[in-house]
Design a protein around this ligand. Structure first.
Ligand SMILES: [Zn+2]
Ligand SMILES: [Zn+2]
Length: 276
């Protein structure tokens, strides 16, 4: 990999719950996890069920140093965490970040709560890796290294969530899930975050036609994703956080329709790699 490479690989693109079926072989059934490479640096967005497979891949490449950024801790974004093989390697170093809970030690405490009885058999003390927990506030700007700038914003989701924009080497990638659009126009927090970005990955759980049945569930539509990209001059739109009921043929149809309205649209799928 070149020093300048900036890429995103999708390891899980579903929302809510993993949904592997014979009708979802093309797009996959794992929940949210995206691997971002900024040269040699590995950033990971969310630790849904796809996080387990990413761990095996990184282990094979003998990679041991990671930044993990959580949008929030709903199960579909954290369920893969205990199954990430490098966490059991004492040579692994991981910094885990979250910013949606305005509480000191929120990141460490939430993971401890998640991995506890009666929900889980063992606590995070089973990890052998050198883990540090980093709390921030949605809206803060983070710099895990000098050449990577990460901007964040608060999203509209029950219990809160954080949207991310990663700028590296003159290009930019935004990760905006889980969030519900506002009834009175486009979300200003998001517009500011994504302005002029090369790509936005967005919560497209629903279509506009389905959304009225799910108001206040905390999710958005692919049509809203297009409006945001058009308003903020974003080049590419990754349709993400697919409903468990979305079959391959349904996602193909959504991608076709989205492309006809905004040519930079594509449906994300497990295994897809995009070089920015
Ligand atoms: Zn979710
Ligand atoms: Zn959520």
């Amino acid at each position: 990999m070149s020093k300048d490479e900036f890429s995103a690989r999708f390891w899980g693109t579903r929302g809510a719950v993993s949904s592997p079926t014979r009708q979802s072989v093309k797009y996959g059934g794992n929940t949210a996890c995206v691997e971002v490479r900024c040269g040699e640096k590995i950033l990971i967005l969310d630790a849904g069920s796809g996080f387990r497979l990413l761990g095996l891949d990184l282990q094979e490449q003998n990679k041991l140093d990671f930044e993990l950024f959580f949008t929030h801790f709903h199960y579909d974004h954290i369920c893969g965490l205990p199954f990430f093989a490098p966490l059991y390697n004492p040579d692994c170093k991981m910094r885990i970040w979250s910013g949606h809970l305005e509480r000191k030690d929120a990141t460490q405490k939430s993971i401890k709560d998640y991995m506890s009885h009666p929900f889980f058999p063992v606590g995070p003390e089973v990890f052998n890796a050198d883990i540090s927990y980093r709390d921030f506030r949605s809206g803060d700007t983070l710099s895990p290294t000098e050449d990577i700038k990460i901007s964040t914003c608060a999203l509209n989701h029950p219990g809160g969530a954080t949207g991310y924009r990663i700028d590296y080497n003159g290009r930019s990638l935004c990760y905006v899930t889980d969030t519900e659009h506002r009834p009175d126009g486009l979300d200003n927090n998001i517009l500011q975050l994504i302005e002029g970005a090369d790509m936005m990955i967005y919560d497209a759980t629903y279509a506009d036609s389905e959304y009225p049945n799910y108001i206040d569930f905390g999710h958005s539509t692919w049509e809203q994703g297009i409006l945001l990209c058009q308003a903020a001059n974003v080049e590419r739109f990754g349709i993400f956080h697919h409903r468990p009921s979305r079959t391959d043929s349904k996602l193909d149809a959504i991608e076709r329709e989205a492309k006809s309205k905004f040519s930079g649209s594509f449906a994300t799928r497990d295994g897809l790699k995009i070089v920015l």
